[in-house]
Design a protein around this ligand. Sequence first.
Ligand SMILES: *Cc1c(COP(=O)(O)O)cnc(C)c1O
Length: 223
Amino acid sequence: MSQIQDEIKRITASLPCGVRLVAVSKYHPESHIEEAYAAGQRVFGESHVQELRRKYDNLPKDIEWHFIGHLQTNKVKYIAPYVAMIHAVDSMKLLLEIDKQGEKSGRVIPCLLQLHVAKEETKFGFTPDECCKLVADGEWKKLAHVRIYGLMCMASNTDDMAQVRSEFHLAYALFKELKTGAFANAPYFKECSWGMSHDYPIAIEEGSTLIRVGSKIFGERVY
Ligand SMILES: *Cc1c(COP(=O)(O)O)cnc(C)c1O
């Protein structure tokens, strides 16, 4: 068995029930995805539209492709026909465009709202306050071709694991508030996308249901 397959099996075997692995394959060749696929992995994460298109065209059609990166509105149309989930919805404008392209494709596209909980200024996403406002405003309920399945966040890029934990904790608190509030009658609202190679065990302790792990499986990316 290859190292990739070893790592996939090791991680998936360690996941509690209800937590799924998104294998982040961005910048890695299709051959690496095929290896992971041969080990049973079906959910992959990409963050560039063109790269995802190429991989979607060339690889097995039962792969669930998750778009995890920042998505520009003008590129939604390229992935709307097949993307399994869009993780980083960070504006109402983007949500409206996904709805429009979902309609054109005859689909309801699963989305997550991206929260900004990290200390870095550069990360995209809603503050918890902005997220609450968007949800309370209720315009999303009129969108028949998107469905909000939950929240996504990235913790600060730091070795301070107490800091990381507190950021996931904040995201999970907001998730639970929405789950019992505006989404109380929405059983599909159940996904928490947090945790990467270096922090996913903590993310799982803090409620994650979708971990996005790349370099731990595929090695360092060559940009
Ligand atoms: C690249 C990326 C990951 C995976 O990061 P690793 O540290 O390689 O596990 C997870 N989430 C997002 C949003 C990413 O862009």
